[in-house]
Write a protein of this length. Structure first.
Length: 269
C-alpha cells in the first residue's frame, strides 16, 4: 500500500476491510422512546467536561431508548442519556453515556464524534405474550446480562405536535489517548453534531409522534457504568415517535489541547 492509499483509507482496518464508510449515514423508520426528567446537580457535575454547565436548575436529562430497523450500519438497539447543557452561550444535549448492541455504530460513533459507546443487552416490549396488559412501551438495558442499568417505559396518551420538541445540537467529548506513556491525550475536543429528524406521518397526515406518562429508573448501582449518577428526582414527560434522519460530519467547537498549548506558550514569555 502506498502513502496515498493509506491516507485515502477512512476507517480501520486500512485497505478494503474498513469498518464504516464516510458520512452521511442514513436512518429510516427509527422508533424512539425518550423521557425527560429532573435529576440532582451533584451527579451531573461529575459528568460534564470543563466549561460545560447544566442549562437548567435543577438539571434536566432525557433518557433515550431507540430501535433502528434500517440504517447504513444495519439494525440495532441503542440507549443513552442526554443532559441539557450550556457551552459558550448555547444550549446543547450533552451525551455522557450510550449503549448499543452492534459493533459498527459503536466504533463509528466513538471515532467520529466521541460518543462513549459500549456494548450492552437491550430489549423492548409492549406487554408480552400471555400478559393482560400492554398499554406501555417498555425498554430495558442490561450490562452485563442480569444487571439492569436502566428501565424506561411510556404510555402513549395523546398525539403530539412536533413543534413542542426542542431541536438542539448534540455535544460530546471526543477523547483519544496517546500511544506513548506519560503524554496527554492525542485528541481532546468537544464535538457538535446537528441532526434534522423528519417525523413519519399517518395516512391522514398526522405526525406519528405521541406524548404521555414516562418512567425511568436506574436500577443497579454500577461503578463500571454509573448511570445512577443521573437518577431521576422528578419525571417530566415522555414521547414516542418514528423518524427518518441522516448523520453527517460533526464540528469541533473546542480543542482542550490547543488551550493547553496556548497557556504553556503564554507562561514561557
Amino acid at each position: 500500500m502506498d502513502r496515498a492509499s493509506l491516507l485515502g483509507s477512512f476507517s480501520l482496518p486500512i485497505g478494503p476491510g474498513r469498518a464504516y464508510p464516510p458520512p452521511p449515514y442514513t436512518y429510516r423508520g427509527v422508533e424512539d422512546v425518550f423521557v425527560a426528567y429532573e435529576t440532582a446537580r451533584e451527579g451531573v457535575d461529575l459528568l460534564l467536561p470543563p466549561g460545560v454547565t447544566p442549562a437548567d436548575d435543577p438539571p434536566v436529562c432525557i433518557a433515550w431508548a431507540r430501535w433502528v430497523s434500517l440504517s447504513t450500519f444495519g439494525a440495532y438497539h441503542e440507549a443513552y442519556v442526554m443532559i441539557r447543557a450550556s457551552f459558550q452561550g448555547e444550549t446543547y444535549l450533552y451525551q455522557p453515556f450510550i449503549f448499543t448492541d452492534n459493533e459498527i455504530p459503536l466504533v463509528a460513533g466513538r471515532e467520529l464524534w466521541g460518543y462513549a459507546k459500549k456494548l450492552a443487552v437491550m430489549s423492548r416490549t409492549s406487554g408480552g405474550a400471555g400478559t393482560p396488559f400492554g398499554e406501555q412501551l417498555l425498554f430495558t438495558v442490561d450490562r452485563p446480562l442480569g444487571r439492569r442499568i436502566m428501565t424506561a417505559s411510556l404510555a402513549c396518551d395523546e398525539l403530539c405536535d412536533p413543534s413542542e420538541l426542542d431541536d438542539l445540537p448534540v455535544l460530546s467529548t471526543r477523547l483519544i489517548p496517546s500511544a506513548e506513556e506519560g503524554r496527554p491525550p492525542s485528541v481532546a475536543e468537544l464535538v457538535r453534531l446537528d441532526v434534522t429528524a423528519h417525523v413519519h406521518r399517518s395516512a391522514d397526515g398526522t405526525p406519528m409522534l405521541w406524548s404521555g406518562r414516562g418512567s425511568v429508573t436506574m436500577d443497579f448501582r454500577s461503578e463500571v457504568d454509573p448511570w445512577y449518577l443521573l437518577t431521576p428526582t422528578r419525571m417530566l414527560r415522555g414521547y414516542f415517535g418514528i423518524f427518518d434522519f441522516d448523520l453527517h460530519y460533526g464540528r469541533v467547537v473546542f480543542d482542550f489541547l490547543q488551550e493547553v498549548d496556548s497557556n504553556e506558550s503564554g507562561g514561557s514569555e
